[in-house]
Design a binder for this molecule. Structure first.
Ligand code: FAD
Length: 412
């Protein structure tokens, strides 16, 4: 038997690596098993074609918790967040443009070009989102309650959240709408300019298979303003060296804490005996033993493929079968040969370029029965900080484009 551990983590994505680090800090003997040749999962930078290193999936950060960066001393291992400023650039056919995210005064000035009323409302809208964030943010690091059998401690924590919501007073209804409703009615109430609403709505649908008028999109919008960079709420950042800079720093921290990381180690089975986990088996037949196994791989793989169905109660299996995480993003990265003309000269300063067919195109039905709205382009320009450190041929320009709502994936 090759080894016995206190815990085995399946998958070396950022969540698997963070779990490994915290367990190792608690003096557990931990093994991370990663199927690919490199750790990082969807938060990775790789040389996808010769001479170019690219963040192949995730490309910007703000949601990674600052507590983790501090606890694991990730800056000491090379992690650095570089703020995106300005954050976005939306050009329009009539030659006008909306540039957001440089600073508050410039945001207001830019919005005023389209609507003075919206420019006056914008700071109040941001303050409303901050109020909701102040209630929701503390829950991000809480253990989710077991709704079927909540412990006393969990009931107490849930009560604390209820009290925090109560403190919002008349704003509580607005908070509930943000957490459960659609983005469009909220944006329509606050603003009149299609240009501004369209730009803001990008955050409501990114990665989601939905139009801004569909329930749930308000939370996606809100989620994107809840993160922070270097203490500034709502500010997104690049990671120096590409997104892989984060997971490589995590891997270094993990190793220093004594975690063993094995790549090209594909788990095919979670081993059990007498209703308890005993370890995992790899595709090549190797087995590792541990009393605890944590999986950083999706629910369907973990509970429907790695575990024998008989080991799980039928109600739990049914609950897992109901989990869906369909998304609608396709990302591609390409090299730019020529300098761009007209509005793109201005866009060079911005990090993100939005082009949209309309603010809220309702999906049409495809032959698969799935909604199929026109794609929305969401393009990120890699800034010099990434280029200098991520690309082996400095000076070459790269664009990373995420085409929203383009195709449907069930995740299975
Ligand atoms: C195109 C795209 C763009 C995105 N952009 C952003 C963004 O800009 N900002 C942002 O914050 N988020 C973004 N996300 C979301 C974010 O990247 C993911 O939510 C996050 O990386 C998930 O991390 P994870 O550790 O939970 O899982 P993953 O990153 O999926 O890690 C799971 C790991 O498990 C490994 N694995 C799978 N099966 C096995 C097995 N059988 N045995 C061993 N190992 C296995 C995988 O190889 C992988 O390394 C994006 C996602 C996509 C797809």
């Amino acid at each position: 038997m090759p080894g016995t551990y206190d815990a085995i983590i399946i998958g070396g994505g950022h969540n698997g690596l963070v779990t490994a680090c915290y367990l190792a800090r608690a003096k557990w003997k931990v093994l991370v098993l990663e199927r690919r040749y490199i750790v990082g999962g969807a938060c990775v930078t790789e040389e996808t074609f010769p001479g170019y290193k690219v963040s192949t999936a995730a490309y910007v950060n703000s949601l990674f918790r600052p507590e983790i960066i501090r606890d694991l001393r990730l800056a000491d291992y090379g992690f650095e967040a570089v703020e995106r400023n300005p954050a976005s650039f939306t050009p329009f056919l009539d030659g006008r443009y909306l540039m957001l995210g440089a600073d508050k005064a410039s945001d207001i000035e830019n919005i005023a070009k389209f609507s003075k009323k919206d420019a006056a409302a914008y700071p109040k809208y941001e303050a409303m989102l901050e109020r909701v964030a102040s209630v929701v943010e503390p829950t991000l690091t809480q253990v989710p309650p077991n709704l079927m059998h909540p412990s006393l401690g969990q009931l107490f924590e849930a009560g604390k959240m209820g009290r925090a919501l109560q403190k919002l007073g008349p704003a509580m209804g607005e908070a509930i709408e943000v957490l459960t409703g659609a983005a469009r009615p909220i944006l329509d109430r606050w603003f009149e300019s299609e240009e501004l609403k369209g730009t803001l709505a990008t955050d409501a649908i990114i990665g989601a298979f939905a139009a801004p008028s569909m329930p749930g999109t308000a939370y996606v919008l809100f989620h994107h303003v809840m993160g922070e960079t270097n203490g500034k709420r709502g500010v997104w950042s690049y990671v120096r060296g590409g997104m892989g800079g984060l997971t490589q720093a995590l891997a270094k921290a993990a190793k220093d804490l004594g975690v063993e990381i094995k790549t090209e180690a594909e788990v095919v089975k979670i081993l059990t005996a007498n209703c308890a986990v005993t370890g995992v088996a790899l595709a090549d037949g190797t087995e590792y033993r541990a009393k605890k196994v944590a999986s950083g791989v999706d629910m369907h793989h973990t509970f429907e493929r790695f575990l024998d169905p008989e080991t799980l109660p039928p109600a739990f299996r049914d609950a897992v079968a109901r989990i869906g995480y369909e998304s609608a993003a396709r990302s591609c990265t390409h090299r730019l040969r020529k300098r761009r003309r007209q509005d793109q000269r201005r866009a060079r300063r911005a990090s993100e370029l939005h082009r949209m067919p309309g603010y809220d195109r309702r999906p049409a039905t495809s032959r698969h029965g799935a909604s199929r709205p026109r794609p929305r382009l969401h393009r990120t320009r890699l800034r010099r900080c990434e280029v200098r450190h991520a690309l082996t041929r400095p000076g070459r320009r790269m664009h990373h484009t995420v085409v929203g709502r383009h195709h449907r994936r069930t995740g299975r």
